[in-house]
Design a protein around this ligand. Structure first.
Ligand SMILES: Nc1ncnc2c1ncn2[C@@H]1O[C@H](COP(=O)(O)OP(=O)(O)OP(=O)(O)O)[C@@H](O)[C@H]1O
Ligand SMILES: [Mg+2]
Length: 429
């Protein structure tokens, strides 16, 4: 058994499970800090857990650091978007490799993010923090915002409460949706909401790992996102090769973003839009590995075990980030065409050669939502192989074979819905 124990802030979700597995395989004891005692989704046999209130960060830091000292914790990590600042504070208190605790809020709070990124000359959408209707109208009438624009929570995740607004008439409802979006651990809406100019173009994310303030960009990922007012990520593909000058500019911009939000040791996921002229606008950065099975894609396409690498970074040991494979991988998410009751699922792929991972999480007979946020996704499958075009084509073919049938309650069913109630492909292009 290795001497250093590993503490995960929140152990729920596939990325946390993979981090825990990497730690156990290396002989570390794995502890977790959790907000509840219900033990939900504990990924593996845990050595112990500290229950704390994440909504009270000062107290949480004290309780977690005291626990960590008692148990010989030598690495603190999180895959949870809402806990990246807490992780930085805990690492700083314990003297472990982590991000700058004075800047860590800027990777969580998008108003602070806009301030620090603007200060170092990063191109971001014009952003207003608005606290009431007067400020909302002020932001909407700023020519640098215009329509369409985006109204979103200050520190949300998973696209909850994010609306692309095309006219002033839709702004009030979008603002209500952003205000109503609550973070996982408390009322994040108290600081106001954001109104942002809309950045048009192709959407990418850059997956990076920083160690001792030196950043390695592992891949550029293309995101497929639903159109319309509510954006839901329906696919990721990597690695994407952009035209060399564009890729160099994107990497340079992301380097600057990583520095600006104080990422020194750990993963980051930076979302950018590249317009028709190759200009890059930064939408946001998260001080964690990208969700949506991006870690799995890195493994299958590039042979990078990012979870073990992140463990090494957190322990202060040299991390191995060199690709050992040169393939391509994509994940496709399945969404429901509308809200209702899921009555059948046909054609969902099974795991096999080139399809290393499938996951279906909606119960037949249970309720489903129309795609409004990432949490509304019903399932996912990963396709991988050597050739990007072949992999994408195969994923498209598999996606077309999937049919989900959703029964809409009679009272809510419109004539149009009745006409189109036959099953149809449920995946965005
Ligand atoms: N200013 C913008 N211009 C264009 N599109 C935007 C803008 N802001 C947000 N979007 C779109 O909305 C999506 C969700 O917004 P954002 O990333 O800010 O929210 P989030 O809750 O952090 O989402 P996630 O956790 O899924 O990344 C983005 O991926 C993008 O498709
Ligand atoms: Mg985002």
């Amino acid at each position: 058994m290795s001497s250093d124990a590993v503490l995960l802030l929140d152990a729920a979700g596939p990325e946390s499970a993979a981090l825990a597995r990497a730690a156990v395989e290396r002989g570390h004891q794995v502890h977790t800090s959790t907000a509840t005692t219900d033990g939900q989704a504990a990924p593996l046999e845990l050595a112990g857990q500290v229950v704390t209130d994440f909504a009270r960060p000062d107290r949480a830091v004290e309780e977690i650091t005291a626990y960590a000292r008692r148990h010989g914790v030598g690495a603190v990590l999180t895959a949870n978007e809402y806990l990246t600042e807490l992780a930085a504070l805990v690492c700083a208190d314990l003297g472990l490799p982590g991000n700058d605790p004075r800047l860590a809020h800027a990777a969580r709070d998008k108003a602070a993010m806009a301030t620090v990124l603007t200060a170092v000359g990063i191109r971001i959408p014009c952003t207003w923090l608005v606290r009431d209707d007067t400020e909302l109208h002020g932001a909407l009438s700023d020519a640098a915002v215009g329509f369409p624009c985006v109204i979103k929570p200050v520190s949300g995740a998973g696209s909850v409460g994010v609306t692309v607004v095309t006219s002033p008439a839709d702004a009030a409802m979008a603002a209500d949706a952003a205000r109503a979006a609550r973070g996982r651990y408390g009322d994040e809406a108290k600081a106001g909401i954001l109104v942002q100019a809309y950045a048009a173009g192709d959407e990418y994310s850059v997956e990076s790992v920083t160690q001792d303030a030196v950043t390695t960009h592992l891949a550029v990922t293309r995101k497929v996102v639903t159109g319309g007012a509510r954006r839901v990520e329906t696919g990721h593909s990597l690695p994407i090769r952009l035209p060399p000058a564009t890729e160099a500019a994107v990497r340079q911009e992301v380097d600057a973003v990583i520095r600006a939000v104080g990422i020194r040791h750990g993963a980051s996921h930076t979302e950018v839009v590249v317009d028709a002229d190759g200009r890059c606008t930064v939408i946001e950065i998260a001080a964690r590995l990208g969700g949506g099975h991006i870690g799995l894609l890195l493994h299958h396409a590039l042979g990078i075990d990012v979870f073990t690498a992140l463990l090494d970074v957190a322990l202060g040991r040299p991390a191995s980030l060199t690709p050992t494979a040169h393939g391509h991988a994509t994940v496709r998410f399945i969404t429901s065409p509308r809200a209702g009751r899921l009555t059948s699922l046909i054609g969902f792929p099974k795991p096999g050669p080139g399809v290393p991972f499938v996951r279906w999480r909606a119960a037949i007979g249970g309720p489903v939502n129309a795609a409004g946020a990432n949490a509304d996704r019903l399932g996912a499958f990963v396709v991988t192989g050597r050739d990007a075009a072949e992999v994408e084509q195969r994923a498209d073919t598999l996606a077309r074979q999937i049919h989900v049938q959703v029964d809409t309650p009679a009272a809510a069913r419109s004539a149009v819905d009745q006409l189109s109630s036959a099953s149809r492909p449920a995946i965005a292009p």
